[in-house]
Design a protein around this ligand. Structure first.
Ligand SMILES: [Zn+2]
Length: 322
């Protein structure tokens, strides 16, 4: 199927919202100076929550933080905004910290801040979450310490010396379609009218296309004939990278083989238009995959008439992962 007419997907939580300046991570002297510089700003993460202030990510000055500011070795160098350094740090207190702004969960904040700030907050939270979940070496159990500005966690046991790197969980997400229908599913924890694309984690020993074929077959019994990559999206709930496809299939009988979905349906464009189903939020690649398929035929675009769904919390994740 020709795909050259499709616009490239630009996804929420991604894009050039910061210059990562990765070479600086191995320059401790320069980073130590940056930690004290006037233009440097700090992004706190507390209990997996981010701080916003006046409709934007809170970029705190040192004097606004006071005693909550950790030792520089605990800071994570995120990169440069307009040439000024940005660090993330974890607030370890159990009480709500007294910092200027409001802490909140990322799902609640994303629609209240500009897209670039949503990306920055998700990046900061993703790094801090990784540190919190890897305080100890997975091989020998000794404490880890941060290295390379927070982008390496190194085992403190000399005999072990294991080093680990920020973890992402690759997942495929796919809009399966025939000529006139697309295949959408509803997870058990979702409202009765909420539907989205098929998605699932890639497993060791699989390429992305293998994972597309397996997930669609397991969840709906539909056999995919071929698939086309459209784009990807960091999905920081907690650490996924969604890799988005369109996949062709013949309309076939749906069977929910693995019980992961409560329901799946073949829907034509009219069914999407009549408001009977609620689609995922527009900030998600799931929405973009559906929109790209829907808008292939002339007529009003999906965004012109379809209401936006809310960010839903999976029922099976611990609070810090949401
Ligand atoms: Zn170790």
């Amino acid at each position: 199927m020709p795909t050259s007419h499709m616009p490239p997907l630009h996804s929420h939580f991604s894009g050039p919202y910061i210059e990562r300046a990765t070479a600086l991570r191995r320059n401790p002297a320069q980073l130590a100076a940056a930690w004290r510089a006037d233009g440097t700003r700090f992004l706190p993460v507390w209990e997996a929550q981010c701080l916003i202030r006046e409709g934007a990510a809170a970029r705190l000055r040192r004097e606004e933080i006071g005693s909550e500011l950790p030792d520089p070795a605990q800071g994570i160098f995120l990169g440069l905004e307009q040439g000024e350094h940005r660090f993330a740090f974890a607030v370890e207190s159990r009480e709500l910290p007294e910092l200027p702004g409001q802490f909140g969960g990322l799902r609640d904040l994303v629609s209240n801040v500009p897209a670039d700030d949503a990306g920055l907050l998700a990046y900061a939270r993703g790094m801090i979450n990784w540190h919190r979940q890897h305080r100890h070496c997975g091989l020998c159990g000794a404490p880890n310490r941060a290295d390379e500005a927070g982008f390496v966690l190194a085992c403190t046991s000399e005999r072990c010396g294991s080093r680990s790197f920020p973890r992402l969980d690759p997942a495929i997400i796919v809009l399966v379609h025939s000529d006139r229908h697309c295949l959408l599913g509803r997870q058990r924890s979702w409202p009765a009218d909420r539907f989205s694309t098929i998605a699932g984690f890639v497993e060791p020993g699989e390429c992305l296309e293998d994972a597309v074929r397996r997930e669609v077959l397991e969840e709906t019994n539909v056999e995919v004939t071929h698939c086309t990559y459209l784009g990807s999206q960091p999905w920081p709930f907690p650490a996924s990278l969604m890799i988005g496809f369109h996949a062709a299939a013949a309309v076939g009988e749906i069977r929910l083989n693995d019980g992961e979905l409560a329901e799946a349906r073949w829907l034509d464009r009219a069914a999407l238009a009549d408001g009977g189903v609620v689609l995922p939020p527009r900030a998600s690649i799931a929405w973009q995959l559906i929109e790209a398929w829907h808008d292939r035929v002339p007529g009003p675009g999906l965004a012109s008439f379809h209401r936006d769904g809310a960010f839903l919390r999976p029922a099976n994740q611990p609070p810090e992962a949401r």
